[in-house]
Design a protein around this ligand. Structure first.
Ligand code: P53
Length: 478
C-alpha cells in the first residue's frame, strides 16, 4: 500500500506527553507534600539516582524545580497549541491533592492548579490526557505504610482518584491509572520498585515477591478506580499504561523462542489482568511453585473483573532480546542480550521502529481494545547554536521512522489507535537518570544538569517538523 498521501483517521489525537514531577517543579508550593520523586538525587548516564531518607541538604534534587512548568504553563501550552496539539498527556501530582496521602480532605490549592492548567489546554482545543500515578506517590505513605507493600494504600489511591474524577469530570475524558506499572518487572534494579511502588527492599527480602504483591494491590486499586470512574462519568475512557518493549528470541532455536514467549508473559501479565480482569494461570502456578503466599482475596478477584480498562495506553522506546538460559523463569535484570540487528541510543536503549508495528499488532491480537501510544521518543544530547537553533535531525528521523511503522499498523493492519503523544514534548528531567541533558523535547529548555540556566524555551527543528505532521494529519509520512 502506498502510504504517502494517506492521512490518519479523523480525530486522531496527536500531541505530547510529560509527567508532573518531571516538569512542574514547585515541589513545596501551595501546600504540596513531599513525593517519592522529591527524594531522588541526580544520577548520570550509567549511574543510578540515589534515594535519600528524606531531603539531604547536601544533595541536588532535580525534580524540586524541574523546568518550572508550575509557573510557566501558559507559555508552554501556547507553544503546544502552535504545534497543533490535540492532546496533552500529563499526570496529576498526588501530593498536590493529598500532600501526605492519608488526609480526610483534599488540598484546594492543588485542585485549583489543575483546574486552571486544564482550562488553559481546553482554550486551545487541547484535551488533557491524565495519568493518576506517574512514578510518584506521597513520601509519607512510604514512611508510614511502606508504600504499596500495604493494602491500606489501595483506599488512599481510590480516594485520590475519586476526588479528581469528580472535580475534572467535564474537563478530562482519557485517564490512565498507573504509569508503566510493569517496569517493576526489573525488580533488582536500583529503583524500579521505588518509582513504581514506593518500596525500598530490606536486606534479605525477596524482591520478586515484593513486586508481585505490590503490583497486585495496584491492579486492585486500578480496577476499583475504573469502576468508580465509570459511575462518575460513563463517557470516561480509563486505560492502563504499560511499558512495551517487545522481547524477541535471539535465534529461531525453539528454546530461545519459548523463553522469549515466557519473558513476554512475565513482562506483560499486568496488561492481562488490567484488560481481562483475571490472572493468567501460569502466573498463579508460579506463585505456588515459589511458595509466595500472596495476599489475594476473593473480593480482590471480584474487583479485578469489575474494573477492566477501556483501552491500552503504552510507551514504546525500544525492544529487548533474550536467549535460552536453561530455565524458563525470566529475570529481567539478568537475562537480556544485545540484538545484533539493532543500534542502541547513547543511553543504551535499542532503537527499533519495526518493533512498534509488532507491538501494536501484538496488543491488538491479544486484547481487542483501542490502543494509545502515550510515549515514544529519543533521549539525546542536543546542541544549541549561538542563534538559538537546535538542529535535531536525529530526533526527526527517529519520530518519522516510528510514525511510519505506526501508520502501517493503522492503515494496513487495521489496528484501532487513538493517538500518539511523544514523550517529553518539552525538555524535562529524565526519570532514570535525573538529567536535563537527556533531552526528548521538540522545545528546548535552557537548563543544565545542575539546574543552572535561564529556563528560556526555544523551538527545535523537530518542532516545525511535528507541526507539519499534525497539520497534514500524517499524510506526508511514507
Ligand atoms: P528517561 C525505563 C524504560 C522505559 C521507559 O525515560 C521508562 C523507563 C524508566 O526510566 O520510563 C518512561 O527519562 C517513563 C517516563 C520517562 C521516559 O520513559 O529515563 O514513563 O517518565 O521519562 C523516558 O529517559
Amino acid at each position: 500500500m502506498e502510504l504517502k498521501g494517506q492521512a490518519f483517521p479523523d480525530g486522531f489525537l496527536w500531541g505530547g506527553a510529560v509527567a508532573a514531577h518531571q516538569l512542574e517543579g514547585g515541589f513545596d508550593q501551595d501546600g504540596k507534600g513531599l513525593s517519592t520523586a522529591d527524594v531522588m538525587t541526580i544520577g548520570a548516564n550509567g549511574i543510578s539516582r540515589k534515594i535519600t531518607d528524606g531531603i539531604d541538604p547536601n544533595e541536588f534534587y532535580p525534580n524540586h524545580n524541574a523546568i518550572d512548568f508550575y509557573h510557566r504553563y501558559p507559555e508552554d501550552i501556547k507553544l503546544f497549541a502552535e504545534m497543533g496539539f490535540k492532546a496533552f498527556r500529563t499526570s496529576i501530582a498526588w501530593t498536590r491533592i493529598f500532600p501526605n496521602g492519608d488526609e480526610d480532605e483534599p488540598n484546594e490549592a492543588g485542585l485549583k492548579f489543575y483546574d486552571d492548567m486544564f482550562d488553559e489546554c481546553l482554550k486551545y482545543g487541547i484535551q488533557p490526557v491524565i495519568t493518576l500515578s506517574h512514578f510518584e506517590m506521597p513520601y509519607h505513605l512510604v514512611k508510614k505504610y511502606g508504600g504499596w507493600r500495604s493494602r491500606k494504600v489501595i483506599d488512599y489511591f481510590v480516594k485520590f482518584a475519586t476526588v479528581v474524577f469528580k472535580r475534572y469530570k467535564n474537563k478530562v475524558k482519557y485517564w490512565m491509572t498507573f504509569n508503566e506499572i510493569n517496569n517493576q518487572t526489573d525488580y533488582e534494579s536500583s529503583h524500579a520498585l521505588f518509582t513504581d511502588s514506593g518500596i525500598i527492599p530490606k536486606p534479605g527480602e525477596n524482591n520478586e515477591k515484593l513486586m508481585y504483591q505490590a503490583a497486585h494491590y495496584e491492579l486492585v486499586a486500578s480496577a476499583k478506580a475504573v469502576k468508580i470512574g465509570h459511575e462518575i462519568n460513563p463517557d470516561f475512557q480509563i486505560g492502563c499504561m504499560i511499558a512495551m518493549t517487545p522481547i524477541y528470541p535471539l535465534t529461531s532455536k525453539p528454546k530461545d523462542v519459548l523463553f522469549a514467549q515466557r519473558a513476554m508473559q512475565t513482562r506483560f501479565w499486568f496488561a492481562d489482568v488490567h484488560a481481562n480482569g483475571f490472572y493468567p494461570k501460569w502466573l498463579l502456578n508460579h506463585f505456588a511453585e515459589e511458595n509466595f503466599e500472596m495476599d489475594i482475596t476473593n473480593n480482590d478477584l471480584e474487583s479485578l473483573k469489575e474494573g477492566r480498562v477501556d483501552y491500552i495506553g503504552f510507551s514504546y522506546y525500544m525492544s529487548f532480546a533474550v536467549k535460552d538460559t536453561g530455565k524458563l523463569e525470566y529475570n529481567e535484570s539478568h537475562d537480556r542480550v544485545d540484538n545484533p540487528y539493532i543500534k542502541a541510543s547513547e543511553w543504551g536503549w535499542q532503537v527499533d521502529p519495526v518493533g512498534l508495528r509488532y507491538a501494536l499488532n501484538w496488543f491488538n491480537d491479544r486484547y481487542h481494545l483501542p490502543l494509545f501510544i502515550v510515549e515514544n521518543g529519543l533521549g539525546a544530547v542536543d546542541k544549541i547554536t549561538s542563534d538559538k537553533k537546535v538542529h535535531d535531525d536525529y530526533r526527526i528521523e527517529y519520530m518519522n521512522n516510528h510514525i511510519s511503522e505506526m501508520k502501517k499498523a493503522v492503515l494496513e493492519d487495521g489496528v484501532d489507535l487513538i493517538g500518539y503523544t511523544p514523550w517529553g514534548c518539552i525538555d524535562l528531567v529524565a526519570a532514570s537518570t535525573g538529567q536535563m541533558s537527556k533531552r526528548y523535547g521538540m522545545i528546548y529548555v535552557d537548563e543544565q544538569d545542575d539546574g543552572t540556566g535561564s529556563l528560556e524555551r526555544y523551538r527545535k527543528d523537530s518542532f516545525y517538523w511535528f507541526e507539519n505532521v499534525i497539520k497534514t494529519n500524517g499524510s506526508e509520512i511514507g
